[in-house]
Design a protein. Structure first.
Length: 204
């Protein structure tokens, strides 16, 4: 049983929200770069998640000069993907249950800048949002968890976090005193398979 806490942090994608189909426009942009001779760099993915860039700005930042129509096509793929993102029903229920009981709720997510819109559309009234693309730091760096707790106005030791990455949503938070939990919707390898049971345990 989990003792009552004053704050809960959720991961976003794979936890509260699902991306339908996953067409990976940023991955496609990097592939276009390879086709015109740009070599991938080890920090490409980190850069895309650590700076507040649109897809067009990311192309320029990466030095990927593609045809206007190719960039327009990728922008449309991205817009369609973001528009098609839907919440998990148990996520909506868990967040509502926690907030009804006075628990402060936040989201901490590694993501490229345009994906923020889907989070804010489906979860518009949370107590804190900590996005890697705005903070310039990505999970599992300790700074992003500390920043999330600061925005929630709580202490790590009074906070639970849950998400679908053991490294980012359980082990990383645990290192600074947050109680981390692994969500595994497909198997029994995690602490929870859905979020309502997690929320109920937090409230016990």
């Amino acid at each position: 049983m989990i003792t009552a806490s004053r704050a809960v942090i959720f991961d976003a994608f794979g936890t509260l929200l699902k991306i339908q189909g996953g067409r990976h426009p940023y991955r496609s942009l990097l592939k276009l770069g390879q086709m015109i001779g740009r070599r991938p760099r080890p920090d490409d993915a980190h850069m895309l998640m650590q700076e507040p860039l649109t897809l067009s700005e990311a192309a320029a930042r990466l030095g990927i000069r593609v045809k206007r129509n190719e960039l327009d096509n990728l922008e449309q793929v991205l817009a369609d993907e973001v528009a098609g993102i839907e919440p998990f029903e148990d996520g909506l229920s868990a967040v509502a249950l926690l907030k009804q009981k006075g628990i402060r709720v936040g989201i901490c997510s590694n993501l490229a800048y345009p994906y923020r819109e889907a989070i804010l559309r489906h979860y518009p009234n949370l107590d804190a949002y900590a996005f890697s693309c705005e903070l310039g730091v990505i999970k599992p760096a300790k700074e992003i968890y500390r920043a999330t707790c600061q925005r929630l106005r709580t202490k790590p030791t009074l906070t639970h976090m849950i998400g679908d990455s053991r490294r980012c949503d359980k082990d990383g938070p645990n290192e600074i005193g947050i109680t981390g939990h692994l969500l595994d919707r497909a198997e029994d390898a995690g602490d929870y398979k859905e979020l309502v049971s997690f929320a109920q345990d937090v409230l016990r």
